[in-house]
Write a protein that binds this ligand. Structure first.
Ligand code: IPM
Ligand code: MN
Length: 330
């Protein structure tokens, strides 16, 4: 079966790493048909399009979307991030962001293997708020955090289901219930209620500030973590930093209900400072493509791709892609 993939290389090193990811998927023997979408900062600078409704409707027809990185120093911060990336996450109902981390943290004695399930459509990301008297000494700015029972519950359920598939069957809720009394209470109550349906899953709770210490000093304690959108954003950069670097951090923006495509992207950004130098590590993009293969039901190929990324590889972006492609074929 041929899988139809929409490819958004995007800006900076995005197109470079995505080329390698596609090379490796093909080397794994998976049949894909790709359609390129020219979107991102460069496209916006050329004709003003960030993501039109027509393009969004087209993207909805694919099996999956593979994205490199978007954002460019020429464009005011947030235009592309909100208009393209967040718009896709929200409008396509990509409500869980799955970010796996395997490695040995600098401050730890043993390796870790954990996954962060980040709620991906609510929290402070919804853009609720406004400002008054901007630019004056009396300026006021509010930025709300939006949490619905439905949104929190579907994310937590996904995390319990994932924990059930893993050996340790351990799930930690990360929040800040000691200060964020309203959203924290909703998350905590929902978590505890859903937990009753999964007696086989052992649960824990950490405040997010404490979690940053555990990420560095004792990440082996974690198996699956579930958390709010902004906490998940911050924690997963730290997760990358303690797991071999952001060059390895992969992610999946999933619509688990499969009412539309899911989107797969490396966690790193467009890194305009190294574009064209061949220094970009394509492994985060390749590992994101492996997550895509899992979601497409090609788990055997996905496992082969992941295995091929374990041993060290040296060379330029395309050398690394070539070496991994050779390993995947053998
Ligand atoms: C990420 C990124 C995005 C986010 C930005 C680019 C909007 O940092 O995927 O983690 O904050 O979610
Ligand atoms: Mn981030």
């Amino acid at each position: 079966m041929t899988h139809n993939i929409a490819v958004i290389g995007g800006d900076g090193i995005g197109p470079e790493v995505i080329t390698e990811a596609i090379k490796v998927v093909r080397a794994a023997g998976v049949e894909i048909s790709t359609t390129d979408y020219d979107l991102g900062g460069a496209r916006y600078m050329r004709d003003g399009e960030v993501l039109s409704e027509e393009t969004l409707d087209e993207l909805r027809t694919f099996d999956c979307i593979l994205l490199g990185a978007v954002g460019s120093p020429d464009v005011p911060p947030g235009v592309i991030e909100r208009g393209l990336l967040l718009k896709m996450r929200f409008d396509m109902n990509l409500y869980v962001n799955v970010r796996p981390f395997i490695g040995t943290a600098p401050g730890a004695t043993e390796p870790h293997d954990f996954v962060v399930i980040r709620e991906n459509t609510e929290g402070p990301y919804v853009g609720e708020g406004g400002s008054l008297r901007e630019g004056t000494p009396h300026e006021v700015a509010t930025q709300g955090s939006f949490n619905t029972r439905m949104g929190v519950e579907r994310c937590i359920r996904y995390a319990f289901e994932l924990a059930m598939t893993r050996e340790r069957k351990h799930l930690t809720l990360v929040h800040k219930t000691n200060v964020l009394q309203f959203s924290g209470s909703l998350w905590e109550r929902t978590f505890n209620e859903v937990a009753e349906e999964y007696p086989q899953v052992e649960t824990a709770y950490n405040h997010v500030d404490a979690a940053t210490i555990y990420f560095v000093q004792d990440p082996q304690r974690y198996d699956v973590i579930v958390t709010d959108n902004l906490f998940g954003d911050i924690l997963t950069d730290l997760g990358g930093a303690v797991s071999g670097g952001i060059g390895l951090a992969s992610s999946a923006n999933l619509n688990p209900d499969r009412t539309g495509p899911s989107m797969f992207e490396p966690v790193h950004g467009s890194a305009p400072d190294i574009v064209g130098t061949g220094k970009a590590d394509p492994r985060a993009a390749i590992l994101s493509a492996a997550m895509m293969l899992d979601f497409l039901g090609e788990s055997e190929a996905a496992d082969r791709v992941r295995a091929a990324c374990v041993d060290p590889v040296t060379g330029s972006t395309s050398d690394v892609g070539d070496s991994i492609a050779v390993r995947v074929r053998n």
